[in-house]
Design a protein around this ligand. Structure first.
Ligand code: GCU
Length: 604
């Protein structure tokens, strides 16, 4: 072969490997078990109120500093002006409490022992809402979405000394965002979850999806199915999946596309459940990479009006919660916050949580795996979304992909929800049906639902039967709806004359009901905002819903009071939605014990 031909082949090989690695969508899952350098802590910041991205013609991410006493620079990062990361800027600075716009953060750091045999990524657990990430003066990428993780490669930019990462975050609300302009929660802006530098081998295990195959559920020998995605140019030929407790060490071949699927036949598998949240250490090795995770194995299905966990009917004794620790008035972002929220839910007697209305921090999902708490997870496709805008559907699929990439291996997560309280227009039903199909195409190990709302007034029957026949329900595995009879319209005693049915032979989960109470304010059961009114409303609501044929669970609204700019009734709300069963100071209201008693009556 002539030299020219050899050179051409060599150049083609370089181009292919470059394009291949760039073409690979990098999603580094399970960052907890990766070698990381945390960038959490104090970051300097610049408020960019007019969203120019720079002052005096100097882009902020370029980190200009005056060269001498005459030099002009019209912005600056100073040690005297810092924000904690992770954390919402709104609750850290009084002048930023209701601020919605752009803030630029900067962190300088050194990175010892940079290896030429490694690749490096900057990982952000979440930042709300649009984020621009740069390192050492180079833009790495832009991300949209306030609640899902993302990462960018920094291998070629990282230095041993004096790195500066500058991240611009904008939390403005826009009609074509997810959520759109109006929500009933506080618009926490900023880098709200962990930031870290992750190091991995040149070719590494980018992501993996491992679950129990429901087809073998009733056999002694169970089947675990899995898929591993690699990233890098020198793809391994083999990989090993090791589960010591099951005496599994299986070698699997890796195809030339870098993907691989496998099935493991296992005996004596202990299934994961709320009663027995059994987790197995699963290790994947391939080439010079190795990653371990704690994975539970379970199946979730429906059969007629029942939800089956591991083939057995389960009643979902749930509660809704926002991803906000009211004691700190901030988004949750650490394991203590997760333990506080799940501890309250456990005290209430829950085996199920609706993580409203957006992906919560990953530590809550992993803690739910350990505690045996089932989860409903959702994107904030909430109220008035631009359903006819194809760009919004693309964003929804992208953000759902990030959420599934993050939580696929979590046994606790059993339901993906595609919407909350969205009017059944044609555009909306098409958008959500398309999204539901997409979700099923990348994850068939969970059920799909949506919190619908009553658009069908009582159909005139003397017993006022509410019939839920939202067209979207054809696409859902579980029929779910929010119902505030006795709070938004009517009084609690009207619950005695109402009944509900869905037009389909599917399980029903009531995803919201309840009413507001200021903890410590007492009156009779007709005194709005008193604990007694809320208690009465819970008693009547529960009695009404408990009669539903096919009721498979409920998640009343809501575990704990949460911040919302919509709620401005002086002396009662003052910026808090008071439908919590626990106050923002952690005190339980009377209705807490009504729901607790009901769940105790439902048994395990
Ligand atoms: C709605 C909505 C919640 C809201 C609640 C309320 O159903 O889904 O996000 O906070 O009702 O009105 O308090």
């Amino acid at each position: 072969m002539t030299t020219q031909k050899l050179m051409l082949l060599f150049i083609l090989a370089i181009c292919f490997s470059l394009s291949y690695s760039q073409a690979q969508k990098i999603f580094i899952s399970n960052t907890f078990n990766r070698t990381c350098t945390s960038l959490n802590g104090k970051w300097q910041y610049v408020v960019d109120a007019y969203e120019t991205g720079g002052m005096g013609g100097m882009p902020i991410f370029r980190n200009y500093e005056p060269k001498d006493k005459s030099d002009r620079v019209e912005y600056g990062f100073t040690s005297g002006r810092t924000l904690w990361v992770p954390g919402s800027w709104n609750i850290q600075k009084p002048e930023l409490n209701y601020y919605e716009g752009s803030v630029w953060y900067r962190k300088t750091f050194n990175k010892e022992n940079i290896s030429k045999d490694k690749r490096y990524f900057i990982y952000i657990g979440a930042s709300n809402y649009k984020t621009t990430v740069s390192l050492n003066g180079k833009i790495l990428g832009k991300h949209e979405g306030g609640f899902t993780p993302f990462s960018y490669e920094v291998t070629d930019l990282l230095k041993e000394k004096d790195n500066y990462v500058i991240i611009g975050v904008n939390n403005s609300r826009e009609a074509d965002y997810i959520p759109a302009k109006v929500t009933d929660w506080f618009n926490h802006g900023g880098i709200t979850r962990d930031v870290k530098i992750i190091e991995v081998p040149k070719t590494f295990i980018n992501n993996y999806f491992i679950a129990l195959d429901k087809s073998a559920l009733n056999f002694k020998t169970k089947k675990i199915k899995g898929k591993i995605q690699f990233a890098g140019s020198e793809l391994p030929k083999k990989a090993n999946v090791i589960i010591p407790e099951l005496k599994i060490d299986k070698e699997i071949s890796v195809n030339e596309e870098g993907d691989t699927e496998f099935t493991l036949e296992v005996k004596h598998l202990e299934l994961w459940s709320p009663e027995n949240p059994k987790l197995y250490t699963v290790t994947i090795t391939a080439g010079s990479d190795k990653i371990s995770d704690e994975i539970g194995f379970r199946t979730i299905e429906t059969k007629g009006k029942q939800i089956l966990l591991n083939g057995k009917p389960v009643f979902l004794k749930g509660i809704c919660l926002h991803d906000e620790n009211p004691l700190r008035k901030d988004r949750t972002n650490n394991i203590e916050d997760a333990k506080l929220m799940l501890g309250w839910a456990r005290e209430l007697g829950c085996n199920f949580l609706r993580l409203a209305h957006y992906p919560h921090q990953e530590k809550i999902v992993r803690l739910a795996d350990k505690m045996g708490m089932l989860l409903w997870e959702e994107l904030p496709l909430y109220w008035g979304i631009q359903w006819g805008n194809p760009e919004v559907l693309k964003k929804a699929k992208a953000q759902y992909t990030e959420m599934i990439n993050r939580d696929y291996n979590r046994a606790s997560s059993i339901i993906w929800s595609v919407a909350n309280e969205t009017a059944p227009t044609e555009d909306r039903t098409k958008f959500l049906s398309d999204l539901a199909d997409y979700i099923r195409s990348i994850d068939d190990t969970r059920l799909i639902s949506a919190a619908c709302k009553k658009d069908q007034e009582a159909d005139g029957h003397p017993d006022s039967v509410y019939t839920y026949n939202d067209p979207l329900m054809e696409k859902l595995d579980i029929i779910s709806f929010n119902e505030y009879l006795g709070w938004y319209g009517g009084f609690p005693e009207e619950c005695r004359t109402k009944s509900f049915k869905a037009g389909l032979e599917k399980p029903i989960v009531v995803t919201e009901f309840g009413g507001g109470a200021l903890q410590g304010f007492h009156g009779d059961s007709l005194t709005r905002w008193s604990e007694e009114f809320q208690e009465y409303l819970y008693k009547e609501s529960i009695a009404m819903f408990d009669k539903i044929d096919g009721l498979a669970g409920m998640t009343p609204w809501i575990l704990v009071d949460f911040q919302s700019p919509l709620r401005q009734l002086p002396e009662i709300q003052d910026g808090w939605n008071r439908k919590g069963l626990i106050s923002e100071k952690g005190y339980k209201k009377k209705a807490f014990f009504v729901l607790k008693e009901y769940y105790e009556s439902k048994g395990r």
